[in-house]
Design a protein. Structure first.
Length: 268
């Protein structure tokens, strides 16, 4: 029997800005530049009160000063409440390591979902680095709705409010493998309960092919305009984890290569 649950996502559109990739492409190993943020967008509301606008502008300035504070350290996580549209944004620095042994130690320390180096890497691809991501709730998930309610209460009527969050258990792990200028990115993240579930549909230019890999339901996704536009994705419902293998759009690797990598991960 297939042990994997049907893969679902929230129906809202969201954008993940992977600013850490600039570091990979330019100067590999610079941890301080490997921040990335996740910002979720909704329709903006308006106010016609000039005094309220001035107050809101000052609140936004103060909140953004906290949200984009200088001197961030790896593992720092900040949240911004935007009362104009009722959304949360997250800004953080991932924990990065260039050695697998260091990654193993960090995974244990921060209780991150663990990835093992796959046995079926294509020829010439070598381990480059790892990332452990602080936990932030996904848009429309139950944890997101709970945090939104809490931040709104803490804001005490302010339109904008930001603070640093404490955390003890990481939300995602990534392993990066390089060959020349090509990259294989393998990630695993903890699944979160979604308030509204829907089957993933193809975005603009995307093609989604449903596969069975070692008896597990998976999706092979190609054709989008995002940086990592080729993906193989599946879920482990029992452990509540989602796995993803991602490639650049112009990567020479094939669907069969991704399936082979996935099979070696599943064997582990």
């Amino acid at each position: 029997m297939n042990k994997m649950a049907k893969m679902t996502i929230g129906s809202a559109v969201f954008t993940l800005v992977f600013s850490y990739m600039t570091g990979y492409a330019g100067a590999a190993g610079e941890q301080s530049k490997h921040a990335f943020s996740a910002t979720f967008h909704a329709a903006k509301s308006k106010t016609s009160n000039p005094a309220a606008k001035k107050s809101a502008a000052q609140q936004k300035k103060e909140a953004l000063a906290i949200f984009h504070a200088e001197g961030k350290k790896p593992g720092d996580l900040f949240v911004l409440y935007d009362g104009s549209d009722g959304t949360l944004s997250f800004n953080y620095l991932s924990l990065k390591s260039s050695k697998l042994d260091d990654y193993a130690q960090q995974s244990a320390k921060y209780k991150a979902p663990v990835l093992q180096q796959p046995e079926a890497l294509p020829e010439g691809y070598e381990y480059h680095s790892s990332e452990i991501t602080p936990p932030f709730p996904q848009f429309l998930s139950e944890p997101y709705q709970k945090m939104l309610k809490e931040l709104k209460a803490e804001a005490k009527g302010k339109m904008y409010y930001a603070k640093k969050l404490k955390w003890s258990e990481a939300g995602e792990s990534q392993l990066i493998f390089f060959k020349d200028s090509d990259i294989i990115r393998i990630s695993v993240k903890k699944l979160q309960p979604i308030a509204i579930e829907s089957t993933r549909v193809a975005g603009k230019g995307e093609t989604i092919e449903k596969l069975s890999v070692k008896g597990i339901d998976a999706m092979y996704i190609t054709g989008s305009d995002v940086l990592y536009s080729t993906m193989l994705q599946w879920e482990d419902a029992e452990k509540k984890l989602q796995y993803q293998i991602s490639l650049y759009k112009n990567s020479p690797l094939t669907k069969e290569d991704l399936i082979a990598i996935a099979e070696s991960i599943m064997q582990g």
